[in-house]
Design a protein around this ligand. Structure first.
Ligand SMILES: [Ca+2]
Ligand SMILES: [Ca+2]
Length: 223
């Protein structure tokens, strides 16, 4: 009985350690995720956001979380809502489920045009909503804009993210959005639980056989 408890104690740290050794975090940008303009975007104008063949992918084109970006027509997003309270909706698809840990936000440098609020809605791989979060980013640095890193209390297992960006003066101007994340651990299927349970029973049975051999069987002679 005591020995069984000790075996359990030995197993527990091994399991915790396995969970802690998950793959290193990933920076999510245009090389591994996509972004589109959502239908929830309020009536408004994109000014020169898409001039010169630019696409909305410039939201996620920062090569790393510490990249510096300068404000010009090829790097930034500038949207003006027709009415107060209007905003820009962005739809992110991460391709697989991630556990998000940090939001990196490159905001514009002036209060008149910067993003004042980002309302996030999170969805899992089955497109079921699993969380909401409101973030208030700071003004961007000047002249080179670097990301503000914001710890993101997002739910686990996020594949799709809707972001609704609003600003005072009806203006939404920023450079990039990035996320640091870990690939989510797969949720075990019921069949997996059953196999784990069966495996534990087999191990226990083997251990009991070793400790207390069937009295009907001749004892194994030791060498
Ligand atoms: Ca950019
Ligand atoms: Ca503002």
């Amino acid at each position: 009985m005591i020995r069984t408890s000790i075996a359990g104690l030995v197993l527990l740290p091994a399991l915790v350690s396995a969970a802690g050794n998950a793959a290193a975090s990933t920076y999510l940008n245009q090389s591994n995720i996509t972004v589109t303009v959502g239908a929830g975007t309020s009536p408004g104008s994109f000014n020169n956001t898409f001039s010169g063949g630019s696409t909305i992918a410039k939201v996620i084109d920062a090569p790393s979380a510490i990249a510096e970006e300068f404000h010009n027509q090829t790097t930034h997003i500038w949207y003006t809502a027709d009415d107060d309270g209007g905003g820009l909706e962005l739809l992110f698809d991460f391709g697989i489920e991630y556990d998000l840990s940090v939001l990196h936000f490159w905001n514009y440098t002036s209060e008149t045009y910067d993003v004042d609020n980002v309302a996030f809605t999170f969805f899992n791989g089955n497109n079921v909503q699993n969380g909401m979060l409101s973030v208030t980013p700071e003004l961007g640095s000047s002249p080179g804009i670097r990301a503000q890193d914001i710890a993101l209390a997002a739910p686990l297992n996020v594949r799709y993210v809707t972001a609704f960006l609003t600003g005072s003066n009806r203006q939404v101007d920023f450079q990039n959005i990035g996320f640091t994340a870990n690939v989510s651990a797969p949720v075990p299927e019921p069949a997996t639980y059953a196999m784990l349970g069966l495996g534990s029973l087999l191990v226990l049975a083997a251990w009991r056989r070793k400790r207390w051999p069937d009295p009907g069987q001749p004892a194994v002679a030791s060498a």
